[in-house]
Structure formats: C-alpha cells, structure tokens
Design a binder for this molecule. Structure first.
Ligand SMILES: *Cc1c(COP(=O)(O)O)cnc(C)c1O
Length: 385
C-alpha cells in the first residue's frame, strides 16, 4: 500500500537534494573537522559553508550559529544556559503554557533549582496576551521564551511585539522556531530575536542535527564540555553530514519560501473546507488567520483521536492525534487544554501537517478516508451506550 504522509510536523522525509548533498560525507568525506589533514579540512569547510546557509535563512552572522544535536538540545541550552549565566541578575523566566516539552521540562528543571517560572495563558486561538506578559515582568526577570509557531495547532505568535516588550525591560528573548523555520519568514534582526532554536528533521534534513542562534554578546553557559568544538560553545565531534544537510535544507527553504507557503496554504485550506463541508460535528483548533501554512488541527467530536489515527493507518495514511511526543499517552494534550477545550474534545483532535509532496488528490483520499473512519468510530461509540 502506498503511504500518504501527513505528519510533517512530527518529522519530514529527507529531500532528494539534501540526500545527494550529504551522501559523500557519510562515505568518502569522513574526516574529523578538527583534524588538520586534507580530509579533516574538507569537513571543516563543508561545516562552515553550511553555517553560512543557516545564517542566511534567518539573517544573522554565521558566527552566531551553534550546531547542536536537535531542537530539544537547542531549547535546553537556551533556557538552562541563559538561566545559569544570568542567575546573579535574577531568577525569573517567562514562557507560555503551550510550549514544546523541551522548553517546559527545562523550565521545570530550573523550578526545582530555585528559579521562578511564569507560564502565560493563551486565548482560545492559542495566542498569549501581551498585557499579561507585561504584567508578569519583574526586576528579577532574565528571560522570555515564547515559541514562534506551535507544533500542534500551528498558531503563530506576534514575535516582534513580544521581543520589543522584552527589550524595553532589558530582558533577553528566546524563541523556539523549530516549526516556523522554513515555513514562515524569520528574520532575527528585524524581529529582534536574541536566541532561536531550530531542528533539521522538521525541514527535510536528517534527524540528529539542530542549531541554536545566539546573538553576539549574549551570555550563556555551555551545555556540553569537551573538545572545544563550535568555538567552545558546544563540544563533541561535529555531525558533518547532518550539518551539511541542515545547511542545504536552509538554502532550499530560503529559495522557495514564497511558493512553499502558497502551496501548503492551498492544501490546508482545501482540506479544512472539505472536512467542514462533509463531516458534521468538527471543530478547527487554533487560529484561522495566523497559522502555519501546512497545519490543520481538527477535533472530530465523539471520536477518539488515537483510534482515528490507527483507522487511517490501515488506509496507508500517516497523521497524528496531537504532538508525537505525547502519543501513546492518553492524557489530553497540554496545548489543547490550554485553549480551554474539554478533555473529550481535546482527545478527539487530529493533526494533519502537509508537505509539498502532498497533492490535492491526496487530500481527497484523506477526506474520503476520514468520512468513513469517523462514521465507523462514531457508530461504534453509539453502540456502547
Ligand atoms: C520537534 C520540535 C522540537 C524538538 O526538536 P527535536 O529536533 O525533535 O528535538 C522542539 N520544538 C518544537 C516546536 C518542535 O516541533
């Protein structure tokens, strides 16, 4: 059976161009970038070229890019690294209730070690309240970390407004842009971002590589000690092929951003309208307007989201019932709960996330499959009562 993949917010397929670019670094060009022989120097050169491409995508200097092992490591480094570097200045951090677990758990770690964390509420579209943010700031606040776009509901936060509030109080601003990168324009200078996390495998590069942008002069304590790689900001022998792949993916993302956004928006809006037209009792979760181009999160009331994912799987469709990180776990998504959804509605959510490989015909197949599966599960639920 042919697989129809609609789970690009969980991970993406490595693109053909990226695969071609990284293959030599997995067989012939295997030198350690710290070695001074020619094979080592070639790896070093490839890493620096990739760094430039990553920097170009977000409009920073390549010296401000640190390669990491994943988005989670970038988030951990930003939160804990800043907290430890600035603990003489204050112990208060502000974030939101709908962050990725890499942020929330890092904050919890700090909470257990004497830091105070404010978790901002969101409204029923998933936006933080700027007034609540302003009111939460104290003279002990050292960091504000708010995600650029949410992985479950696709809501895009007003990042520039948030960073301006942070800077008007001399507070650093970090954003988890793992879902935003490659899907919406991100310019760290224009948006006044001090630190930003990204991940390779969400943008058609390999798993196991990420990057952290840290603006010049921003203090942070490094996370991994060792052989002084990445200008002593992140030790460990560089993942050359992964880094080269991330660089290539960023280059492609920059080149095709407009058409990429347009194509995904077409698929998303077509999907949403077809579902709303053909299936009763559904609810779109998240903002209709400020939303990632490829994200559609819909609750199919009176259906269990995980059961729906498994029904669709039988038809060759990959989708998600919430975030991949919480699947297998039947507690309702913290993001959907923060929107104010009751447990049943939260547990009936299905996240569809598109890539450019999806076609309108794929969406038709998806909607037909949903009509069948939703009806079947609802009948089954009815028979229980
Ligand atoms: C996937 C994701 C992460 C984690 O990235 P990994 O590379 O999988 O560790 C962090 N934040 C968001 C918003 C994500 O979607």
């Amino acid at each position: 059976m042919e697989i129809k993949y609609f789970d690009n917010a969980a991970t993406t397929k490595i693109s053909k161009e990226v695969l071609e670019e990284i293959t030599p670094f997995m067989n012939q060009e295997y030198g350690n970038a710290s070695s001074i022989h020619s094979l080592g120097r070639q790896s070093k050169k490839a890493i620096e070229e990739a760094r430039k491409k990553v920097a170009d995508l977000i409009n920073c200097n390549s010296k401000e890019i640190i390669f990491t092992s994943c988005g989670s490591e970038s988030d951990n480094t930003a939160i804990k690294g800043t907290a430890y570097a600035l603990r003489g200045k204050g112990n208060h951090i502000i974030t939101s209730k709908i962050e990725h677990p890499a942020i929330l758990e890092s904050c919890k770690f700090l909470e257990n070690r004497g830091f105070n964390i404010t978790y901002l509420d969101v409204n029923n579209d998933g936006f933080i309240n700027l007034e609540q943010l302003n009111n939460a700031i104290t003279n002990r606040t050292i960091l504000i970390s708010i995600m650029a776009a949410n992985n479950e509901i696709g809501t895009i936060q007003p990042i520039t407004k948030i960073s301006k509030i942070a800077h008007s109080h001399n507070i650093l601003f970090h954003t988890d842009a793992v879902q935003a990168i490659g899907n919406i324009p991100i310019d760290v200078q224009e948006m006044e971002i001090d630190m930003l996390s990204m991940s390779g495998h969400k943008i058609h590069a390999p798993k196991g590589v990420g990057a952290l942008y840290v603006k010049y002069g921003i203090p942070f304590e490094k996370f991994i000690d060792g052989g002084h790689q990445e200008k002593n900001r992140r030790s460990g022998t560089e993942n050359t092929s992964g880094i080269v792949g991330l660089g290539k993916a960023c280059e492609i993302a920059k080149e095709h951003l407009d058409s990429h956004m347009f194509e995904l928006e077409q698929l998303r809006d077509y999907y949403i309208s077809q579902v709303e037209k053909t299936i009763p009792n559904v609810r779109l979760n998240g903002s209709l307007k400020d939303r990632l181009p490829g994200n559609a999160n819909i609750s199919f009331k009176l259906v269990d989201g995980e059961a729906l994912v498994l029904e669709l799987d039988k038809k060759g469709i990959c989708a998600s019932s919430g975030s991949a990180c919480t699947s297998g776990d039947s507690t309702p998504s913290h993001v959907l709960k923060a929107l104010g959804l009751d447990d049943d509605t939260a547990n009936s959510a299905l996240r569809i996330s598109f890539s450019e490989e999806n076609t309108k015909e794929d969406v038709d197949y998806l909607v037909d499959s949903l009509m069948e599966s939703v009806e079947k599960l609802r009948e089954y639920n009815d028979s229980l009562y």
